[in-house]
Design a protein around this ligand. Structure first.
Ligand code: CMP
Length: 355
């Protein structure tokens, strides 16, 4: 426990070491790097490897200490980052030894939430992705077959077999167009145009599926987070589960640092806020402190008047905000809650001196 902080490597430092190591690997492949420069680069690789050994030990200690969280991917990456270069040092020829440090390419993936999210998106959209990939395969084979039939007599050296024509089909379908194989006949060129257009459509479909999958995943993550936050607001505990789902979808979470002005007196109010954690200060003549479970900003929504007071974060505060339009929906579907909010607004209004 006490030794752990001495070799803790943050995710950013770990990724930075990987980038440095990969640059060193790349530099070592250039013939000009010899003598002292080579020794220096090798030393950099050894130092990074040593740091990764410490990181592996740290990961194993954490895994032992907290059995609840599965750190298998991190352990797998950390083990590979140590074992592969070590294996290369022991068994590979000296020329290629440093190349094995390219396994450190995996290090930035180890702590990235983005890649975890990408994994979930691919898993969720697997069916659609497989569907589009199948279309890609069908068009690819069909294009290669058609190009073979059309061009085999004109250019037997380039389109003399379907596997040969397949390269042309891949290059054309992906709209890369190296230009090393070009159909000569009119029919071949018409085919090339069709294949290119199909390629654009297929890539657009892939991009569309992934974009929708990401949007869905972000929405789901926000929903789960808001669901947990809503539990901290007593007002919502009276809601039925259907109404709760509706409100959780409508709420947006936000963390505001201490001292930030959330809105000022006289501003136009288009949303109200629920405090999940922390305190806000309402700058009425006798300043009021509101804490977790309270709400503010409701008066402007109910009366349509500008904000009656400036509200700022007294501590770091976690908020859920509800826009006016969603407030109206909530009010009509849950009159009880609307009544509590309206009553509170009236009481507060009574406490605010006019003018
Ligand atoms: P609104 O007028 O939209 O913006 C300022 C907010 O401060 C107001 O809504 C209330 O939510 C809150 N507020 C105003 N006066 C009081 C008060 N006396 N006590 C608690 N909160 C208040």
């Amino acid at each position: 426990m006490s030794a752990r902080p001495f070799f803790r490597i943050s995710a950013a430092v770990s990724a930075l070491l990987a980038v440095t190591g990969l640059f060193a690997v790349a530099a070592l492949t250039t013939p000009d790097v010899t003598g002292r420069a080579k020794i220096a680069l090798d030393a950099v690789l050894v130092a990074i490897w040593a740091a990764y050994v410490l990181q592996l030990i740290d990961t194993l200690i954490i895994q032992r200490a907290s059995r609840s969280r599965d750190r298998t991917p991190a352990i797998a990456v950390d083990v590979l980052a140590v074992v592969v270069p070590l294996g290369a040092f022991l068994f590979a020829g000296s020329r290629d030894q440093s190349l094995y440090c390219a396994i450190w390419l995996l290090k930035p993936l180890r702590d990235s939430t983005f890649f975890r999210m990408l994994g979930r998106v691919v898993a969720n959209e697997a069916r659609n992705l497989v569907g589009v990939t199948s279309i890609f395969g069908i068009v690819l084979f069909g294009a290669a077959l058609a190009a073979y039939l059309i061009e085999r007599d004109v250019q037997p050296d380039r389109f003399g077999s379907i596997p040969q024509a397949m390269w042309w089909a891949v290059v054309t379908l992906s709209t890369t167009g190296y230009g090393d194989e070009i159909p000569q006949s009119f029919a071949g060129r018409v085919l090339a145009g069709l294949v290119m257009m199909s390629g654009i459509g297929i890539f657009a479909l892939w991009a569309g599926i992934l974009a929708t999958g990401f949007a869905e995943e972000v929405r789901r993550r926000d929903f789960v987070r808001n669901w947990q936050l809503v539990a901290a607001v007593p007002l919502f505990q009276k809601l039925s589960s259907a109404a709760l789902v509706e409100i959780v979808r409508a709420l947006r979470s936000r963390v505001v640092p201490a001292g930030t002005v959330i809105f000022r007196k006289g501003d136009v109010g288009d949303q109200m806020f629920f405090i999940v954690e922390g305190h806000v200060s309402v700058a009425t003549p006798n300043p009021v402190d509101l804490s977790a479970g309270s709400f503010f900003g409701e008066m402007a929504l109910i009366t349509g008047e500008p904000r009656s007071a400036t509200v700022s974060a007294a501590t770091e505060v976690s908020l859920l905000s509800l826009y006016a339009v969603d407030f109206q929906v909530l009010s009509s579907s849950n009159p009880d809650i609307a009544e509590v909010i309206r009553k509170t607004a009236l009481e507060r209004r009574g406490a605010v001196p006019k003018g």
